[in-house]
Design a binder for this molecule. Structure first.
Ligand code: HEC
Ligand code: HEC
Ligand code: HEC
Ligand code: HEC
Ligand code: HEC
Ligand code: HEC
Ligand code: HEC
Ligand code: HEC
Ligand code: HEC
Length: 281
């Protein structure tokens, strides 16, 4: 009798799990089904996690297809106490994002600009803390993830986006942060621009660091080559004129009166001091 009940309940749980995989609203319903007034939620969940196993009418266990789900490692094997106080399971024991930073690197340590929701600590807007049918525990995939908050019409209004249509947003934007306010991926600029400008042996410091934005303003800028500053001022953001002038090459009259870029390539060069050479684009 007990065995039969056990069998039925496993089969039932298995179908509930299939249902769970299909919709997030049913996920909530299913969880409340398990948690309302159930004394030991962790035990119940363990059964759901084991839904790869199904019992036939004779009670023999068969392992069926692995559910196509990414399970957050600390969630597996009843690791609930990694994040919850077991007495108060419905709330995480630390607020997000502090909870996540217990085990994951802080994006602020990695990027100088943070994407809005990351800056606001809203990790769970994009990631499910337990498991997901999508890689990286994502709640939505591809452009749907981004267009959940960004208005498609507004994004496409930008001349850059108009040209690229529906290319995957994360090809160019890092979902967490970047070196500029547009949170661009390293090398995103070269999705559209020729890499010739950096394909030389010596690459200028800020270019190698992907800090294009320190010299170029965004695509709405009206300045020539979208430069942030005109003339030497661009270079003197980082270099000090008095120091530059002390070297022999700069002591000539020409060096004092011409722009730095008349002699130096701002991006890269075959010569060590980034001086212009005939082969350098
Ligand atoms: C990696 C950390 C982490 C682990 C491990 C974890 N949880 Fe959670 N859990 C969270 C966070 C964060 C929330 C809040 C979700 C939100 O705010 O969107 C949450 C929410 C919940 C809720 C509230 C309902 C819901 O889904 O929003 C329940 C119930 C729950 N978890 C149960 C569990 C159980 C049972 C386990 C173990 C099998 C577990 N959790 C393991 C982080 C975790
Ligand atoms: C108790 C430690 C722990 C906590 C707390 C934790 N994680 Fe994780 N997380 C891990 C481990 C371990 C992995 C798997 C190893 C890895 O990829 O770093 C992982 C993997 C991930 C992945 C998938 C990585 C991949 O490569 O597929 C994401 C996304 C993630 N965690 C997000 C979060 C978020 C968001 C939070 C907070 C709600 C959080 N984690 C809290 C330990 C933790
Ligand atoms: C705007 C949506 C979004 C937000 C908000 C977000 N992430 Fe992510 N995260 C992603 C995407 C998309 C990926 C997949 C990686 C990729 O495409 O490069 C990812 C990947 C990850 C990974 C695995 C790969 C890696 O970079 O280590 C971890 C861990 C992670 N996120 C943690 C977090 C934490 C912690 C927070 C909150 C501070 C957070 N995420 C906030 C979208 C987001
Ligand atoms: C949870 C909501 C949310 C999601 C999901 C989201 N964003 Fe954002 N995004 C924001 C907010 C909020 C800002 C900050 C807006 C501001 O500062 O004006 C922002 C800013 C940006 C910016 C900089 C805009 C600017 O003018 O400086 C870019 C680029 C961006 N998001 C791209 C993406 C991409 C790509 C994705 C998908 C991986 C994504 N966003 C997903 C909420 C979101
Ligand atoms: C989606 C494609 C795309 C991406 C990504 C892109 N650009 Fe552009 N960029 C263009 C287009 C289109 C133009 C205008 C046509 C042209 O002059 O080549 C342009 C023009 C420019 C110009 C002016 C060129 C000139 O001759 O006046 C500069 C400088 C520039 N982009 C720098 C960058 C930087 C730096 C990045 C990365 C932060 C970047 N672009 C990313 C498409 C892109
Ligand atoms: C140190 C300042 C500086 C940095 C950093 C920088 N650029 Fe430039 N960039 C310039 C200057 C100056 C010009 C104008 C060159 C000219 O007029 O010949 C320029 C021109 C360009 C052009 C137009 C090319 C052409 O031949 O007209 C593109 C595209 C470009 N940069 C892309 C980038 C990208 C992509 C990065 C980052 C990987 C970057 N730049 C980083 C200073 C910089
Ligand atoms: C091929 C590269 C590329 C792809 C793909 C791309 N973007 Fe962008 N995006 C850029 C560049 C470059 C800028 C900076 C524009 C500028 O300089 O004005 C930008 C700017 C933005 C901005 C801020 C300016 C604005 O228009 O409001 C948002 C938000 C944004 N992107 C969201 C998205 C979303 C969402 C997607 C996917 C649907 C996406 N991007 C796909 C390159 C890209
Ligand atoms: C954002 C800061 C920044 C800006 C702006 C900048 N530089 Fe640089 N520059 C650097 C860094 C960092 C190095 C690398 C220093 C090193 O490796 O010791 C460097 C190196 C150089 C070198 C080679 C020095 C050597 O010893 O190898 C030259 C030449 C140079 N820059 C010229 C320029 C010119 C010309 C401009 C303006 C178009 C400019 N820089 C703008 C930061 C900058
Ligand atoms: C008339 C051409 C000319 C002009 C103009 C010029 N440079 Fe140079 N610069 C050179 C040459 C040539 C070298 C290589 C010196 C050597 O071989 O010792 C050099 C070397 C450098 C170096 C590396 C050596 C050092 O001094 O540390 C830096 C940095 C530099 N220049 C920055 C600048 C900046 C910034 C400007 C504009 C304010 C500028 N240069 C203007 C020709 C020029």
């Amino acid at each position: 009798m007990f065995k039969k009940l056990y069998t039925y309940s496993l089969v039932f749980l298995f179908f509930m799990t299939l249902l769970y995989a299909c919709s997030s609203s049913s996920s909530y319903r299913m969880r409340s089904f398990f948690f309302d007034g159930v004394p030991n939620p962790a035990d119940q969940l363990q059964v759901v996690l084991d839904s790869t196993t199904i019992l036939d009418s004779l009670g023999n266990a068969t392992v069926i297809v692995k559910p196509d789900m990414y399970v957050h490692p600390p969630y597996e094997n009843r690791g609930c106490n990694n994040c919850h106080d077991i007495q108060n399971i419905s709330k995480p024991k630390l607020p997000v994002p502090q909870l996540c930073f217990e085990c994951h690197e802080k994006p602020a340590d990695k990027f100088s600009f943070l994407h809005g929701p990351v800056d606001a600590g809203q990790c769970t807007q994009c990631h499910h803390p337990h498991r997901s049918k999508n890689d990286f525990l994502l709640r939505l995939v591809d452009n749907d993830l981004c267009l959940n908050c960004h208005m498609e019409a507004k994004v496409l209004d930008n001349p850059i986006h108009e040209a690229i249509g529906d290319t995957n947003c994360t090809q160019c934007h890092n979902p967490h942060g970047g070196n500029d306010r547009f949170v661009l991926q390293k090398d995103a600029c070269f999705n559209c621009h020729d890499t010739a400008i950096v394909d030389n042996e010596f690459v200028h410091g800020p270019v190698a660091a992907n800090q294009c934005n320190l010299c170029h303003d965004n695509h709405e800028s009206q300045a020539d080559k979208l430069l942030k500053f005109q003339g030497d001022a661009l270079c003197l953001q980082c270099h000090v004129r008095a120091d530059v002038l002390t070297t022999a090459a700069h002591k000539t009259e020409a060096a004092k009166t011409t722009d730095c870029t008349q002699c130096h390539n701002p991006h890269s060069s075959e010569s060590k001091y980034l001086t212009l050479t005939s082969e350098t684009p």
